[in-house]
Ligand binder design. Structure first.
Ligand code: NDP
Length: 255
């Protein structure tokens, strides 16, 4: 019997990277998992197939975030699909993981790029939660994927880092707002993880990989599962007394 049997989870950006590993892990614990994606349907279906191959239950939900009507689209798709899967409806675990990382020093950041990163990384999770509150059952979990970049000054991703600072403030304040319902709210802050987000500069470049690994006290680049396991802990009953926190899952980066 899995620790999340009978629970329903939504993982945004569950098609790839950290979101995929999280979807697989939560489903492995027995949750029915909605695998959200924006554009890459093939990747989302691969996540769903991996979950099912391991004996779990999942379905894909498409909604591009950061555009008008994004959250409404996501929830209406979720509501339809969850009932199709014989579930009673509603939600126990929301993982706000989808995000983009545009690069740019302050001088290079255009208003359009700034608005887009805030729309996807901040506005979307805010209103996803707002409109999800009536679906989220008491005693539920909200886990926001933040970044170690709120602790470490990385000048070439300044706007992105600011979005994650906003996410952490959201976590803190929301934890207070929802505590009366027994809902916990926490952030998980990864360091450099080997996902598509970093593929362009990390994969296949031994020097880049070595430098990235050296940032961590543990001497390697993170894997999606390293973060997914922390998310799964926060989703579990074992984490019932932890709320409003930012859990550093950077492998001890730049300690
Ligand atoms: P990936 O680039 O590997 O995957 C991104 C996921 O988010 C995909 O599922 C993608 O969907 C979805 N997504 C992105 N933009 C949108 C959008 N506009 N609308 C809908 N879905 C979207 O990302 P990671 O797994 O690396 O990152 C996941 C989270 O972890 C992010 O919030 C990121 O900021 C954070 N993080 C990552 C770190 C890293 O080193 N990788 C470090 C610190 C934090 P689709 O497949 O359809 O494109």
């Amino acid at each position: 019997m899995g620790s999340l049997n009978g629970k329903t989870a939504l993982v945004t950006g569950g098609s790839r990277g950290i979101g995929r590993a999280t979807a697989e892990r939560l489903a492995g614990e027995g949750a029915l998992v909605a695998v959200h994606y924006g554009r890459n349907e093939t990747a989302a279906q691969e996540t769903v197939a991996a979950v099912r191959a391991a004996g779990g239950a999942a379905f894909a939900v498409r909604a591009e975030l950061g555009v008008r009507g994004d959250v409404e689209t996501l929830w209406s798709e979720f509501d339809r699909m969850v009932l199709d899967h014989g579930d009673r409806g509603g939600l126990d675990i929301l993982v706000n993981n989808a995000g983009i990382t545009p690069r740019g020093q302050i001088e290079e950041t255009t208003p359009e790029a700034f608005e887009e990163v805030f729309a996807v990384n901040v506005r979307a999770p805010f209103f996803l939660v707002q409109q999800g509150l009536k679906r989220l059952r008491d005693g539920g979990r909200i886990i926001n994927v933040s970044s170690g970049a709120t602790r470490i000054a990385l000048t070439d991703i300044i706007a992105y880092s600011m979005t994650k600072g906003a996410v952490d403030t959201f976590t803190l304040t929301l934890a207070k707002a929802l505590g009366g319902r027994g809902v916990t709210v926490n952030s998980v802050a990864p360091g450099i993880v080997d996902t598509d987000m970093n593929a362009a500069w990390l994969r296949g470049d031994e020097d880049a990989e070595r430098s990235a690994a050296e940032l961590s006290a543990l001497g390697r680049v993170g894997r999606p599962e390293d973060v997914a396991d922390v998310v799964a802990f926060l989703a579990s009953d074992d984490a019932r007394w932890v709320t409003g926190q930012v859990v550093d899952a950077t492998g001890g980066s730049q300690l």
